[in-house]
Each structure stands twice: as structure tokens, then as C-alpha cells.
Ligand binder design. Sequence first.
Ligand code: GDP
Length: 447
Amino acid sequence: MNHGDDTIAAIATGAGAAGVGAVRVSGRLVPEIAKAFLGREPSPRHAHFAAFRDGDRELIDRGILIHFPGPASYTGEHVLELQGHGSAVLLDALLRRCIQLGARLARPGEFTERAFLNGKLDLAQAEAVADVVAATSEASARAALRSMEGVFSARVDDLLAEMIALRVHIEAAIDFPEEEIDFLADPVIGEQLASLRTNLNALLVETRRGVRLNDGITVAIVGRPNAGKSSLMNALAGQERAIVTNIAGTTRDVLRESISIDGVTLELADTAGLRDSVDVVEREGIRRARAQLERCDVAILVTEAEHASADLAFFKGTPAQSARIVVINKIDIAHVPAHRDAHEGHDTLWLSALTGDGLDALRAMLKDLATAGASDGAFSARRRHVVALESVDEHLSRTADALHGSHAGELAAEELRHAQQALGEITGAYSSDDLLGAIFSSFCIGK
Ligand code: GDP
């Protein structure tokens, strides 16, 4: 990626009519461009009221001009902000004038990319900038803001420091081959590694929560054929998406639907009925349903009053990583007991997917699960961060094997080196151009 000498410009505000719109410019030519608009050198970080004119001295707009001299700017370079009226045509004309004065159009995310390359932000913070902009709920916006402020990065850095201390210990041991075994058997090394793994696992839990806050939660809807899974999904999604029929076993594949409850995204998957089947296609569907159950954040078991106890067996035998909700459906035609038993600690809701009775309680419960923990300092994260931490976990587990099993210092050191590299990928201490390209190209232009 070229991060050179050139000066970049873009409209930084959203499309459409608005009171105010802004063009942002970053790079070497900013002082000249600023002078061309203002007619003199602007004072640093001072809001100047200026007439923005084109090459023929024709007025484009009047507005505010601010020069942020580098390196104390967003990108670390000279930055110019031109705030005019939020009209798409005027902003286009203003941008064209900046291009005439020597700037080029910025690529998506290029301002933030420059901020990263100039050490203003680390990679996790840079990603959080895009997540703040894209957030659809207050909970996810706040979480992304915490990551942008460096809350997540600080946790990663703490872990990195711990890891480096351990590496130093182990590498020192390898340097003295005669005493290596004694060195490696030192309980301090074992304790350091154990503490590192504990802290890593705590961070992994919080990072997964961060991904849920950022991306929303995945919800699997499972249950016996005809229990009303498709109907429930349709009712939640508010449209006829899943195929609803009264022939048992029609939902063979996994249907997906993304819905939003007060800005919180839920990725719904309606899975095949979980029952033993001789039909090959349906068996495949059931296999996928079980896989779905293991991967989702929340599993909803849809059942009917008379089958509830028997159907709860579906939840047994699958690992309970996800939150589980039992929905007792069809209360419009079933006898609803005055005393509604909860089922073995699962949240139990009685509702009718057909009439919508009781659906609001389910929506509220799903929203609570999606935003759980958002108020107590949770930070946002991305899937790639979880993948990196899982890789760190794997390398640490191999480090432990190497240390405790064979007292193989070289091997342990090598695994720790890989662990450190995987951890460093989160904040960009180690990063490839491909990774940076993938991250920044998904930004919007002007950010
Ligand atoms: P699935 O096989 O679990 O996906 O079940 P469907 O959603 O296809 O529903 C099976 C049948 O039950 C259909 O005829 C639905 O109209 C009916 N059904 C679903 N939910 C309700 C409900 O709350 N009340 C009533 N009376 N019927 C329902």
C-alpha cells in the first residue's frame, strides 16, 4: 500500500442534505491548500470563517476552515477541515477545488490508515473507528468507543508484557544448556505460564462478548418438526421468509435472517427439526442443526406444552456454551396452566407465533442477551481478534506441553514466539499488507 507523499481529500460527512458537511484533506500540501482558500496562512487549530472559491474566484460556499498542523492531528500529517453547507453538489465542488490544488481522492479508510501508519492509533483502535461509525445501537457504539479509546488494546498489551517476561525467562534457560532442565523446572516459570493462560482466557471471554456487541448475536431456533420454528422466525423477522407448512420436516436446510431490535442485530437461523429421520436430506439438515446449536450465542427451543418435557432432551448432549430459551408455542390453542413451570433453569416463555401474543417478552429477552455486559465497561471486538486469541491459546497450550512434558526449552520458546506473534496481530505490531488492505478497504470514504 502506498502511503506516500501525496495529499488526500474526501467528503467526510454523509450523503444527503444536511445543515453542515465537511471536506477533509490530509498531507503535505495542506498548508498551501488552506492558504489558497483563506487568502493567508491560517492559525493552527483556529476556526476561520472563510469564503471558499473555485479557480475563477467564483464563490463555492462560505464556511469554517480549520488547519490542524501535523503531527498533532488525526492522521499525524497536516490536516485541513473545510466545513460548509451539507449540500452534495457544493461539497463536490469544494472537493474538486481541493483536487485542482493538488490533492487526490482518498481511498476508503485512508485517513485512519495514515493515522495507524503514523502511530496515532493501533490496528484494533483503527478498526474500532469504523465500528463506531457503523454502530446501530447505543450499546454497540459505546463499546466501539471504548475500543477506540484503547481499552481493548491495553488489555492486549498487558498480556503481551506478561508473555515477553515469560519468554525472557525461558530464552535465558536455553542459553545455559547444562542447567536448562533445572531452569525450566523453576516453579516461577510454571506460575507465569499459568497466570498468562488464565488472563488470556478471561480476555477471550470478554473479546467474544465484544464481537457480540459489535456484530450482534447468532440465534438458533431448534425444535421438533411442526413446533412452529419457521412461524416464530417469521414473526420475529416480520416477514414471510422461512417456509411455513404443516407437513412435518419441511425446513430442511438452515434459513437465515438478520433482524434488528432497537438497533441490536440478531442473526436468526431456523434449523431443520431435530428428530431422528430416515430421510437422508433431512438427516443432513438435522446434522447442521446440531452444529448450529454448538455455534450459536443463543438457542431457542420451540416446543408445545404437551411436548415440553420430552423436547428438552434436545438440549442435553450438546455443550451449553450458548444461552438457552425454551419457547412453549401455540398458547392460542393450548391449555395454559395457571402455574407456568420454568424448565431446569432455562428461561421459559409461553407465546403464540401465530397471534404474536407473548412475542415482546422474547424480543426483550433477546435484546438483553445481545447487550449483556455493555454497561460495565465492555469493549467491542472483531472476529479476527477472537481467532488471534484462540491461536494464542493453542500456542500456550503447546508451550505448557513442551515445558511440563518433555522439558523441551527450544520448543517452548518457539511456541511462545508464535503466541506473541498471534497476539501482536491484534494491535498491528505484526501485520501484513493484505490484512491492512482488508481492514481499511471496508471503511467508508472520508474516514
Ligand atoms: P416448524 O416445522 O417447526 O418450522 O413449524 P411451522 O412454523 O412450519 O408450523 C407448523 C404448523 O404450526 C403450521 O401450520 C403453523 O401455522 C402452526 N403454528 C405455528 N405456530 C403456531 C401458533 O402459535 N399457534 C397455532 N395455532 N399454530 C401455530
